[in-house]
Design a protein around this ligand. Structure first.
Ligand SMILES: *Cc1c(COP(=O)(O)O)cnc(C)c1O
Length: 389
């Protein structure tokens, strides 16, 4: 098999059935059968690689996993019902009571809730560094620190963390580096090359890319994935075969979709940067982005999320959203459809103003997940909405 990204995404396939179908069939089954008692014993003893039960494995989830493992340059993986199930199971499997996490503060809202509200119940505490303070990480490391955790680009402020710096620190201090690579996808960025031990995705976003199914995946080193697999097969957050079938098909078009998303996003970012009612635009591949050099070093293209601040505050941010006609107001991202959100009044409204500002969510910040509509139509909608505020 060629190791070209697109070819693997399209040609990696589970075995065909007796019907020689071209597209992978859907194995919508909860369990599998055995030839005899010995076949069953050997399969349960893992002396044979056989599917037993779809909470453990299923041909559709295996196909999806194998593709993402190849795309990320990982050794193994396990697929989950949602991105958050992947995040939780990774921590549940790799940590024990008394362990400590060092994490970037700019992380997905539910991951932050996991760190602050739930992991402390098992005596697992987290210390935070800000995106532009990777030089402070070493001072946060304790003897019980096990995991260094980050997302890049961050949500929703689209900041960039230097993966090489994180990889080197994890190695020096013998920590596991866990990276949520959801915003970049493996097409744009491969954290394992920089030393990540585990890479997590919410497959709900650009991997599906069409706003249909939820899914998650963790890939990385064989021994760590084995722990995550054992934890998960006993606790039950498995991906459904149907969602795996949808997602595996989606991966076939990931490269072309992401390229076009990025092309549209750059055009949108350039338009916004020159608009008088826009105070600030953050897009990793604009030279004005504070971490532009790092983004260029570790990403193929800038991604599909553009963050911008309209002049004024919450009132103007909300007025902008109300004037939008074509784009969707929705909480998802990475869809074919362009989506705009106002984090200060929605996804991040529960944060204190101080905490919100610390992660770059100013009152007028708008997050735009640029879709695949004709870019002139996207820009026209943003332009007319800006004209009314
Ligand atoms: C959406 C998202 C998640 C959670 O994924 P779900 O599939 O919604 O559970 C985790 N991390 C990031 C960066 C996300 O954008």
């Amino acid at each position: 098999m060629s190791n070209h990204f697109e070819t693997q995404a399209i040609r990696m396939q589970t075995e065909r059935s007796q019907f020689s179908e071209h597209s992978t069939p859907l194995y919508l089954t909860s369990s599998f059968t055995f030839d005899d008692a010995e076949d069953m014993r050997a399969s349960f003893a893992e002396e044979k690689e056989k599917n037993l039960y779809s909470r453990f494995s299923n041909p559709n989830t295996t196909e999806f996993i194998n593709k993402v493992v190849a795309m990320e340059g990982a050794e193994a993986g396990y697929a989950f019902a949602t991105g958050m199930a992947a995040v939780f199971s990774t921590f549940g499997a790799l940590l024990k009571a008394g362990d400590h996490i060092v994490s970037c503060r700019s992380i997905f809202g539910s991951t932050h809730s996991l760190f602050t509200k739930f992991l402390p119940k098992w005596n697992i505490e987290t210390s935070y560094f800000k995106v532009n303070e990777t030089d402070k990480i070493e001072s946060l490391i304790q003897p019980n620190t096990k995991i260094l955790y980050a997302e890049t680009p961050t949500n929703p402020a689209v900041d960039i963390l230097d993966l090489k710096v994180l990889g080197d620190l994890a190695k020096k201090h013998n920590l596991l580096l866990v990276i949520d690579n959801c915003f970049a996808t493996p097409y744009l960025q491969k954290p394992i090359k920089f030393g990540a031990d585990i890479v997590i995705h919410s497959a709900t976003k650009l991997m599906d890319g069409q706003g249909r199914v939820l899914g998650g995946i963790a890939v990385g080193k064989t021994d760590l994935i084995r722990e995550i697999y054992l934890f998960s097969r006993n606790t039950g957050p498995a991906m459904s075969p149907f969602n795996a079938w949808v997602l595996s098909k989606s991966l076939e078009t990931l490269a072309v979709r992401v390229e076009k998303h990025c092309e549209n996003a750059l055009a949108v970012a350039e338009f916004l940067e020159n608009h008088p009612k826009v105070k600030l635009v953050k897009y990793p591949f604009l030279t004005s982005h504070p971490q532009y050099e790092i983004a260029k070093k570790q990403m193929l293209l800038g991604g599909n999320i553009v963050a911008f601040e309209v002049k004024g505050g919450v009132k103007e941010g909300r007025a902008f959203l109300n004037a939008i006609t074509m784009c969707s107001l929705s909480a998802n991202l990475g869809d074919t459809r362009t989506i705009v959100t106002h984090p200060a009044s929605t996804t991040h409204s529960k944060l204190s103003v101080e905490d919100r500002l610390e992660v770059g969510i100013t009152d007028g910040l708008v997050r735009c997940s640029v879709g695949l509509e004709n870019v002139q139509d996207i820009i026209s909608d943003l332009k007319q909405a800006l004209s009314v505020i």
